[in-house]
Design a protein around this ligand. Structure first.
Ligand code: FER
Length: 306
C-alpha cells in the first residue's frame, strides 16, 4: 500500500515535471498561446562545444509587442489546390504594410514543427508583429511571409500520434515546390528568383528547410534551420557538393543550448565548418521552445533579402 502510494507520487511528480518542461515559455510580453498538443521534451544528453555560442545579442525587450503608432501589415488565410496531396490546403500569409501590386516583394516560406500547422508560427511568435516592428525601424526589408502546413497528407491536422506523420513532412517537398510556390507567385506580386525566396523553419520545419533548401539552391538563396529536428538529412547527403553552397546568400543555423536535439544542428555546423562553408551558427540559452524560435525569426528576418 505504502509502496503503491510512493510509486503513484513519484509517477505524478515525474509526469508533472515532464509536462511543465514541454510547455512554451515567453521571453517578451507577447502573448504566446498554448499549442494544442503539448510538446514532447527531448531528453537527450547535451554536450556543448567551445563554439556553441551566440552570434547575436538578445533581441531588445518588446520586439514582439504590437505598436499602435506604426503601419501594420496584414495576415490572411488563403487556400490553394495541392496536386501533390489531392486536396485544398491552407496558407497563412503575411503581407507587409502598404503592400502594393505595383511593387515586387521577396517571400519567406516559414515552416512549423511536428505538432503544428499553418497557425503555429502565429501562435508562437506573431511574425506579423515582429516584421511590422522591424520594417518600421528599417531593420528588415518589406517581405511576404508564407506559413504553409508542412504535413502533406489528406488529413493534415496535428492529431493522434504526431510522429506517425513524419513521411508527410518529407512529401511536403513536392507540395512546396510544385503547388505552394506557384500559388503564391500567381496571386501576389513577388520576386520570382532564388534571391527573392527564403526558406526557414523550426524543429521539424527546420529539418525540412535544410533538406529542401540545400538540395534546391536554384530555388532558394536564403536558408534557416532553427532547432532542426532528426528529420534533417545527414550533412554529407544535404550538401554533397560543398562548392555549390557558394550560391547561398545566407545559411543560418540556430539552437538553444538546453535543447535535447542540439546534436542535429551541431552535426550540420561541424560539417559546414570542416568544409569551409560560410554560415551563421547561433546558440542561445533556450530549450526546444517558442522563445528560441521567435528570437531566431527576429535575427534571420534582418539578414535576408539584402
Ligand atoms: C524526432 C524528434 C523530434 C523527430 C522529430 C522531432 C522525425 C520533431 C520535433 C518538433 O518538430 O518539435 O525524433 O523525428
Amino acid at each position: 500500500m505504502i509502496t503503491n502510494l510512493r510509486i503513484f507520487l513519484v509517477g505524478t511528480l515525474f509526469f508533472t515535471a515532464t509536462f511543465v518542461e514541454a510547455q512554451p515559455v515567453a521571453a517578451t510580453n507577447a502573448p504566446v498561446k498554448e499549442p494544442r498538443i503539448p510538446r514532447v521534451p527531448y531528453r537527450r544528453e547535451i554536450a556543448l562545444n567551445a563554439d556553441d555560442k551566440p552570434a547575436f545579442a538578445e533581441p531588445p525587450k518588446g520586439f514582439a509587442d504590437k505598436r499602435e503608432n506604426i503601419p501594420h501589415g496584414k495576415l490572411e488565410m488563403i487556400e490553394y489546390d495541392s496536386k501533390t496531396v489531392g486536396t485544398k490546403r491552407k496558407l497563412n500569409v503575411y503581407t507587409p504594410p502598404g503592400y502594393s501590386p505595383d511593387k515586387k516583394y521577396p517571400v519567406l516560406y516559414l515552416l512549423h514543427g511536428i505538432g503544428g500547422d499553418e497557425t503555429e508560427w502565429e501562435r508562437f511568435a506573431t511574425p506579423d508583429v515582429v516584421l511590422d516592428n522591424l520594417i518600421a525601424d528599417g531593420k528588415a526589408v518589406p517581405m511576404i511571409i508564407v506559413m504553409p502546413n508542412g504535413r502533406a497528407q489528406k488529413n493534415d491536422r496535428p492529431e493522434g500520434n504526431i510522429f506517425a506523420a513524419a513521411p508527410a513532412f518529407a512529401t511536403f517537398e513536392r507540395d512546396l515546390l510544385d503547388d505552394v510556390i506557384p500559388a503564391i507567385e500567381s496571386r501576389y506580386s513577388v520576386e520570382k528568383s532564388r534571391e527573392g525566396r527564403a526558406l526557414a523553419g523550426l524543429s521539424m520545419g527546420g529539418g525540412q528547410s535544410l533538406n529542401f533548401g540545400l538540395t534546391h539552391l536554384d530555388t532558394f538563396a536564403w536558408i534557416g534551420g532553427f532547432s532542426s529536428a532528426p528529420n534533417t538529412k545527414p550533412p554529407a547527403e544535404l550538401l554533397p557538393d560543398v562548392a555549390a553552397a557558394k550560391k547561398l546568400k545566407l545559411l543560418f543555423l540556430s539552437c538553444g543550448n538546453k535543447d535535447g536535439l542540439i546534436n542535429i544542428s551541431q552535426g550540420v555546423h561541424a560539417y559546414l565548418k570542416a568544409n569551409d562553408v560560410p554560415h551563421v551558427w547561433h546558440v542561445d540559452g533556450n530549450a526546444h521552445e517558442p522563445t528560441h524560435w521567435r528570437n531566431s525569426l527576429y535575427h534571420f528576418a534582418q539578414d535576408i533579402f539584402r
